[in-house]
Design a protein around this ligand. Structure first.
Ligand code: GDP
Ligand code: MG
Length: 445
């Protein structure tokens, strides 16, 4: 995943001072590979990386406490921006019937999505939460039983479908559907069109002819999110021929890595209005850019880590602490403060899980009892006298037994705590020698 890749890049840089521009460019090459692996189309990935590189270099990232995570956050935020905000509203505020036309390749999920949207409209869970009177019509005369498929779904979701008349062509069916919708006072007419296995001109011409007659308020391109690199060509072709208003990505319940979403958005410039998440009629969701960005980056929670770190670590505090440590004045009270800070950030396990390249440490921590360790340490320090906290070297065997008893721990654990304190003091002196504090986090690595 990208987090592992970037982990590698930044591991090599760890302990060095600020990042250079070349470091950022190196990281961005990894970002590009990750995007391609997530099936983002090549030109889209290239554009994206160019933009983000500029942003990252111009940004304070080079001097930040956690440059690696900052770079990932910048990439993540740029992805979210590019994927667009939640814009799942359908714009149906026209003289009724408002026509919603579904287009896309065969098997992309048009018919299924037509019924899903119709259900939501008719039950009042879309479009201003008003209950809409909806009529569906299938214009698919190519696939055997395609019209029956929609009729069956219509029965299932309790939405009317246009009666099937054998032998009619798509344009004729569209005309009939419009007339029926007008006469019978439907608010919304959903037109489910035919798809082909590949984009071809006959399909495009048919689609344009239907759009000319029906003047849709919404033309939604339905795309299988598993399409991968091909998604761009599909989007480009449809987008060139009809004025799309939005995109629906289906099969987001599968193992799609989300790349199609980025390509779609970039090529069509239209919002992704819905995500299909299963075959059932309720499996339709608003599109969540955050989730998809996370999927593309495969990076778990790096972003929330950075945000949490920014909240809870006061850089000045940390600098002051480092100076103290360097002078050998880092006592148990200071250690206690550090432990509390780690807990505020979600505990050691959370930290390790969120930080690139720290998956191994997470396993070790889990074995050691995870966050219990932090809580025990706090209890042990709580059982020390004021003198002991200020001067841990006073803690002899007898005192260790007392502290263990007082905190409900063992002498072994007390020993571990003392050892950790000593290691932290040593590490801090080293960090000071290497040219400053690169965050308390470096010590976890
Ligand atoms: P069309 O040819 O574009 O009309 O595609 P269909 O609506 O007939 O869908 C093709 C197949 O994909 C059907 O078996 C659907 O149940 C399935 N399908 C549609 N959307 C989704 C989705 O979001 N997730 C999953 N898992 N399957 C879907
Ligand atoms: Mg169909």
């Amino acid at each position: 995943s990208l987090s592992d890749r970037l982990g590698g890049v930044f591991d090599r840089l760890r302990g060095r001072g600020a990042l250079t521009e070349a470091d950022v460019r190196g990281a961005m090459r990894e970002v590009r590979v990750a995007l391609l692996e997530a099936d983002v189309a090549l030109p889209v990935a290239r554009d994206f990386v160019d933009k983000v590189t500029e942003q990252a270099i111009g940004h304070n990232v080079l001097r930040s406490v956690t440059p690696g995570q900052q770079v990932v956050k910048i990439v993540h935020d740029a992805l979210v921006a590019m994927l667009g905000a939640d814009e799942s509203a359908l714009l149906l505020d026209v003289t009724p019937p408002a026509v919603v036309m579904m287009v896309g390749l065969q098997g992309s999920g048009k018919t299924t999505t037509t019924a899903k949207i119709a259900k939501r409209l008719s039950t009042g869970s879309l479009a201003g939460r008003e209950r809409k009177k909806v009529l569906m019509a299938s214009l698919d005369v190519n696939r055997p039983a395609a019209q029956e498929q929609l009729a069956t779904l219509g029965t299932q979701v309790e939405v009317a479908t246009l009666p099937i008349v054998a032998g009619q062509q798509p344009v004729e069916i569209a005309r009939r559907a419009l007339q029926a919708a007008k006469l019978q006072g439907y608010d919304v007419l959903m037109l489910d069109t035919a798809g082909r296995l590949h984009v071809d001109q006959a399909l495009m011409d048919e689609m344009k002819a239907v759009a000319d007659i029906a003047r849709p308020a919404e033309i939604l391109l339905v795309v299988d999110s598993l399409t991968g690199q091909d998604a761009v060509n599909v989007a480009q072709n449809f987008s060139d021929q009809v004025p799309l208003t939005g995109v629906v990505l289906t099969r987001m319940d599968g193992d799609a890595r989300g790349g199609a979403a980025l390509s779609m958005r970039s090529v069509t410039g239209k919002p992704i209005k819905f995500a299909g998440t299963g075959e059932k009629m309720d499996a339709l969701e608003a599109f969540h850019p955050e989730r998809v960005a996370g999927r593309i980056l495969g990076m778990g929670d790096v972003v929330s880590l950075v945000e949490r770190a920014a909240e809870s670590i006061q850089v000045e505090d940390a600098e002051r602490m480092a100076a103290k440590m360097a002078k050998g004045q880092f006592d148990m009270n200071d250690l206690r403060g550090q432990l509390a800070q780690m807990r505020r950030m979600g505990g050691l396990g959370a930290l390790a899980g969120m930080m690139p390249g720290m998956k191994k440490a997470q396993g070790a921590l889990a074995q050691a009892g995870g966050d219990k360790v932090l809580i025990h340490m706090d209890a042990m320090i709580g059982s020390m006298t004021v003198k002991e906290r200020g001067k841990p070297e006073l803690i002899n065997a007898k005192r260790k037994i007392r502290i263990a008893k007082g905190s409900g721990t063992t002498v072994q654990e007390v020993n571990k705590l003392l050892k950790m304190h000593q290691e932290m003091s040593t590490a801090m002196k080293k960090i000071k020698k290497m040219g400053g504090l690169k965050g308390m986090m470096a010590m976890l690595g």
